[in-house]
Design a protein around this ligand. Structure first.
Ligand code: NAD
Ligand code: GLY
Length: 374
């Protein structure tokens, strides 16, 4: 993958601007970190899966710059995106006597990235941090834009902060060790950018999904770069989600209900978003915003990426009721109204409410096998 030139994408946020660097052999190269501010110490935050694969190489790359490089290893998984894990980061920072300049490095997927960012936002009221994402999902979405959080048993990502990293280092080589199911999960966040913002990306994915699934280097580079460009465009206009940024949650309102309803970690976040996008597309169809052809096209692409298109049954007695109860806790909800990200014609998203009876019909359809035959 080193035959691929270094790609950079700027997140333009005035004084908080930063670059995303994209290529193979980046995370273990000291030059990737050369421009970061000097400090006495760095803390690598990783987990029990990614640590053994990559932490020693990152430690080596950082050791010329920081006199002390410490590592904290968290338990792996969405079920551990909790206060308890967050506290392990604070324990390490305090035990090692880390100061206000200590730089945190999030080495892992979105779970590690979100928790490290939140720890960086709150330790001594804010210390610098760098994202070193190692999943496709984290490279195309979660490491970019400064949303940090932990889960609450009652709701996903309910406790957190907006806090931007100093840099994002997307090393495409790390994707080689990613399990196939996780690659598919990452593709959900790539696919979402098409219907909400860029139909050319959707057409490109339809033509190149086999190359992407085979991890063909040029295809992966294209996917990560274009996704980051779209995210940069959105976040640059609406960093704190007062409007436009909500479109990045296409499929997430239904998806978060699946994750919380089944218990975190049962379905991967990307899998829940995959099925959630199908539900959101059908809701858009019923509201007359898109046609059936578009919904079928999107559903096919989601299936092509190895993602579920049929929603999970959360409650055999009143499935739609359970979804609705969980979706009322969504962060976009206001005054009890659930706000959905819907497709308002291919390539354009809107955020709006929908009649409850219609939402119930969509959930009933999309959680039944009938959806597989449409
Ligand atoms: P994850 O962090 O759980 O990683 C998935 C799995 O892959 C884990 O088991 C991890 O240990 C393993 N892994 C990571 N890199 C690997 C590698 N290179 N080789 C082998 N295994 C590797 O999940 P994720 O899909 O990366 O992220 C999902 C999380 O991201 C969710 O909590 C979601 O809420 C969050 N998210 C945040 C944002 C945001 O804007 N902050 C956006 C989207 C998603
Ligand atoms: N992934 C949603 C956002 O960053 O806003």
């Amino acid at each position: 993958m080193n035959s691929i030139d270094l790609q950079t994408v700027l997140i333009d946020l005035g004084a908080r601007s930063y670059h995303i660097a994209i290529r193979g052999s980046l995370f273990d190269n000291p030059l990737s970190y050369a421009e970061l501010p000097a400090a006495q110490s760095a803390l690598i935050v990783t987990n029990t899966t990614v640590g053994p694969l990559y932490a020693a190489q990152l430690q080596k790359a950082l050791s010329g710059k920081y006199p002390q490089v410490h590592t904290v290893v968290l338990p792996d998984g969405e079920a551990f995106k909790t206060w308890e894990s967050l506290n392990l980061i604070f324990d390490a920072l305090l035990q090692h006597g880390c100061d206000r300049k200590t730089t945190l490095f999030a080495l892992g997927g979105g779970v590690v990235g979100d928790m490290t960012g939140f720890a960086a936002a709150s330790y001594m009221r804010g210390v610098p941090f760098v994202q070193v994402p190692t999943t496709l999902l984290a490279q195309v979405d979660s490491s970019v834009g400064g949303k940090t959080a932990i889960n609450h048993p009652l709701g996903k990502n309910m406790i957190g902060a907006f806090y931007q990293p100093l840099k994002v280092v997307c090393d495409l080589h790390t994707l080689k060790s990613l399990p196939a199911r996780e690659l598919s999960a990452g593709l959900a966040e790539v696919i979402k950018y098409g219907p909400i913002a860029d139909m050319a990306l959707m057409a490109w994915l339809e033509a190149h999904m086999t190359d992407v699934m085979a991890r063909e280097p040029a295809a992966l580079a294209q996917v990560v770069k274009r996704s980051c460009e779209i995210k940069a465009w959105v976040v640059g206009q609406d960093e704190r989600e007062s409007g436009l940024r909500a479109i990045l949650n296409f499929g997430h309102t239904f998806g978060h209900a699946i994750e919380a309803g089944l218990g975190y970690g049962q379905w991967l976040h990307g899998e829940a978003v995959g099925a959630g996008m199908v539900m959101a597309a059908h809701l858009s169809l019923r509201l007359g915003l898109v046609d059936a052809l578009f919904v079928a096209r999107l559903t096919r692409l989601i299936a092509q990426a190895g993602l579920p298109v049929q929603g999970a049954v959360l409650d055999a007695a009143d499935n739609a009721g359970r979804y609705l109860a969980l979706m009322h806790l969504d962060k976009k909800s206001e005054a009890g109204d659930i706000k959905f990200v819907l497709i308002d014609g291919p390539g354009r998203a809107i955020v709006r409410t929908a009649p409850e009876a219609m939402v119930r019909q969509v959930i009933d359809l999309c959680c039944s096998e009938k959806i597989l035959k449409i």
